[in-house]
Design a protein around this ligand. Structure first.
Ligand SMILES: Nc1nc(=O)c2c([nH]1)NC[C@@H]1CN(c3ccc(C(=O)N[C@@H](CCC(=O)O)C(=O)O)cc3)C=[N+]21
Length: 300
């Protein structure tokens, strides 16, 4: 293995320290405590673990955490009423509605009912439009975390060929916008892309966000490239015992690490950075709501 491992877990811990320091200052100097509300509809066990981790890290950073767990059959009207209440609650600076929502709920409608200033996921159409036009916005947490790691590792991204594999609204598209904002030449590839391997081999920066376990082998990676693996896929691991699972990314780590200049591992890469950026976005939203200076280095 020749690649540098980009330690997202350690990086995320540093980001959380910066967040905590800023939160302490907001409390001391202004008597303000940032608050994050997380809304979970239904009882997906994986989501519950994730929501619990977010709540724990929010409190550890000195912020308030408000968890709202609703039944799987909650009506759209009830969910919209809760969001309305959170929109007007001055103690709530950030609102996250855990996705995916149960099928009977229109997630576009729900997301777009969140006050854009409190939309710490950056999924509201108004934030999407602001990001796309290079204006100040709330930036989606996963792509923001990827950008922080890329800037930290590479310094300038200017002029580099970036290939984003995956075109989702939550990762692929906003990631492409951020890379364009840092003057990369950006290609968005996806499952229908012709000669995907060739396209990937041109990438100085390869971001994999397709959600298919180990889909990208090492021989699709340009020697020396920086590889960001967004995938978090749970696959059976009979070698660990019956019914056991392990996490893998969208990139075949062992072979890619032979070729890449740097690579993020799964777990311990993009995942922890996503949660750290959620906390960072909550502080940013709180500062903006109170017309106070924003934390430096924690926004795009
Ligand atoms: N509105 C909304 N916003 C989200 O940001 C959002 C969401 N809905 N729905 C669910 C997904 C999933 N997600 C993860 C974040 C961090 C880890 C993470 O920290 N993973 C650890 C491993 C955790 C483990 O061991 O299971 C790691 O990669 O090292 C995982 C998953 C955010 N999501």
């Amino acid at each position: 293995m020749s690649a540098t491992i980009i330690d997202g877990k350690a990086f995320a811990a540093k980001v959380r320290e910066q967040v905590a320091a800023h939160v302490a200052r907001l409390k001391d100097e202004h008597g303000i405590t940032p608050g994050l509300a997380v809304v979970l509809v239904g009882e997906d066990p994986a989501s519950e673990v994730y929501v619990r981790n977010k709540g724990k890290q929010t409190l550890e950073a000195g912020m308030n955490s408000f968890e709202h767990k609703l039944a799987a059959d909650t009506s759209e009207a009830d969910l919209l009423a809760l969001i309305d209440q959170l929109n007007t609650d001055p103690a709530v600076h950030g609102i996250l509605v855990q996705l995916p929502l149960p099928g009977h709920l229109n997630s576009d409608l729900v997301i777009n009912s969140i006050d854009p200033a409190k939309d710490v996921d950056g999924f509201h159409i108004s934030n999407v439009g602001l990001l796309g036009t290079g204006q100040k916005s709330m930036v989606p947490c996963t792509p923001l975390g990827c950008l922080m790691m890329l800037r930290d590792h590479l310094g300038s991204l200017s002029g580099l060929n970036a290939v984003v594999v995956g075109r989702s609204n939550i990762v692929g598209k906003p990631m492409a916008q951020l890379l364009l904002g840092d003057s990369c030449t950006v290609t968005i590839a996806h499952s229908r892309t012709k000669d995907l391997a060739e396209v990937c081999r041109r990438a100085d920066i390869l971001v994999a966000a397709v959600g298919r376990p180990e889909m990208i082998p090492g021989d699709w990676v340009k020697p020396g490239a920086t590889v960001i693996d967004v995938g978090i896929n749970r696959i059976p691991a009979p070698e660990k015992g019956e019914g056991k699972h392990r996490l893998v990314g969208d990139v075949e780590f062992a072979s890619a690490a032979e070729v890449a200049g740097a690579i993020t591992p799964v777990p311990g890469g993009v995942g922890p950075m996503t949660i750290a950026c959620l906390l960072a976005n909550t502080v940013t939203a709180c500062c903006r709501a109170n017309a106070l200076p924003e934390p430096e280095g924690l926004t795009a």
